[in-house]
Design a protein around this ligand. Structure first.
Ligand code: NAI
Ligand code: MG
Length: 363
């Protein structure tokens, strides 16, 4: 089958790291490792400059028609003063919303060669391989009312509302259990049922879903604060962690620092399974932003971007072997001592974006 990809490089280092994905795709096409058809579009500041919006309707339509969207990064000081609705981030938010991407998957993988770059001790992170599944479209970031009320006595009141419906918890839970089945078959569900009603419902829905559809998966309920503690004490005890939007935001940033540099972290955002085609709407992007401080220098680390493409192979196209091939190539390249500047250490060889991309392909 031919896989239709929409590439949205964006701003800053986005196009620089996307160039390495294009190189990899071309190599795979030439070597019979898949048949990829790519189209390119504008997003973020680049789209604003050319089209006056952060993502145009035409680009949105192509995103909806593609099998997967591969996204670079958006933003930068150049667009600090554009109208709020047209700010670069609005492009990413619209893509997430219109594609219905409610499940954010962030793997935290610690390559042995980089274990010393972690903020934790080598033995705690060496060989770490966990995935945080964060609910992305509900919870306290979106719940209404959301407001600041003037109480008139010199006091104000800030109100955010945590809202979760059964169906939202069920669908994110299903993503986590299905993922665990393809891994080490373990799910830890983080909530705070001891103090939050949404935690009570979260726990109830996950428990029922597990009993009904996934009894073969090992499920553990963890209070989120204790879970955060465990995540830095002994992260290797986890396989898949599933949690709400707010806790997921915090936990995934903590997990990021277990593994070293931002330039290493891939992510996937998935929507609903289409029962007839068996596919999901999906967007794959590195966790990092457009890095204006190093943009245009050819020094950005392309590994997060390449890893995001590997996730597309795994989750959108079921090409597990090819995904593993890329991940092994990355590990081997690091083992050989090649580093971009963000992950350099004593005794390693510092290379640029393109050399790193070429080295991974050579591996
Ligand atoms: P950032 O992730 O762009 O950069 C933070 C630091 O990490 C910088 O020192 C940067 O040089 C470094 N870094 C990031 N990616 C790297 C890579 N691949 N290789 C080597 N070093 C790397 O975050 P920052 O500076 O807070 O934001 C810069 C711009 O990016 C802002 O406009 C922000 O809004 C936007 N942004 C966009 C995101 C997206 O497109 N999903 C996510 C985060 C920020
Ligand atoms: Mg965050």
């Amino acid at each position: 089958a031919t896989h239709k990809l929409l590439l949205l490089p964006g701003d800053g280092i986005g196009p620089e790291v996307m160039a390495e994905v294009k190189r990899l795709i071309a190599w795979m096409n030439q070597n019979g490792l898949g048949s990829f058809e790519t189209e390119e579009g504008l997003v973020g500041g680049a789209a604003y400059d050319a089209e006056g919006v952060a993502v145009s309707d035409a680009t949105m339509a192509r995103a909806l028609a593609a099998d997967a969207v591969i996204f670079g990064a958006v933003g930068g000081p150049k667009w600090a003063n554009v109208p709020y609705e047209a700010r670069p981030e609005a492009g990413l938010l619209r893509l997430r919303k219109d594609l219905g991407l409610y499940a954010n998957l962030r793997p935290a993988i610690c390559y042995p060669a980089l274990a010393d770059a972690s903020s934790l001790k080598r033995e705690v992170v060496d060989g770490l391989d966990i995935v945080i599944v964060r609910e992305l479209t509900g919870g306290v970031y979106f719940g209404e009312p959301k407001t600041i009320v003037d109480l008139g006595n010199g006091q104000k009141r800030a109100i955010d509302t945590q809202v979760y419906d059964t169906y939202e918890i069920e669908r994110i839970g299903r993503v986590a259990f299905e993922l665990a089945r393809k891994r080490r078959n373990k799910v830890a569900s983080f909530e705070k049922r001891n103090v939050m009603k949404s935690g009570v419902l979260w726990n109830e829905v996950i428990t029922a879903l597990h009993a009904r559809e996934f009894p073969d998966v090992v499920l553990e309920h963890v209070l989120a604060d204790a879970g955060g503690m465990q995540l830095v004490r002994w992260p290797k005890q986890f396989d898949v962690i599933v949690t709400d939007n707010l806790f997921g935001d915090v936990m995934s940033d903590i997990a990021a620092m277990l593994t070293g540099s931002l330039g290493m972290l891939p992510s996937a955002s998935l929507g609903d399974l289409d029962a007839t085609t068996g596919t999901r709407k999906a967007l794959y992007e590195p966790v990092h932003g457009s890095a204006p401080d190093i943009a245009g220098q050819g020094v950005a680390n392309p590994i997060a971007m390449l890893g995001s493409f590997a996730m597309a192979l795994r989750y959108s196209f079921g090409r597990l072997k090819e995904a593993e091939l890329i991940e092994t190539a990355i590990a081997n390249t690091l083992d050989k001592g090649l580093r971009t500047a963000d992950i350099k250490s004593e005794g390693t060889t510092v290379v640029g974006t393109r050399q790193m991309g070429e080295a991974v392909i050579a591996e």
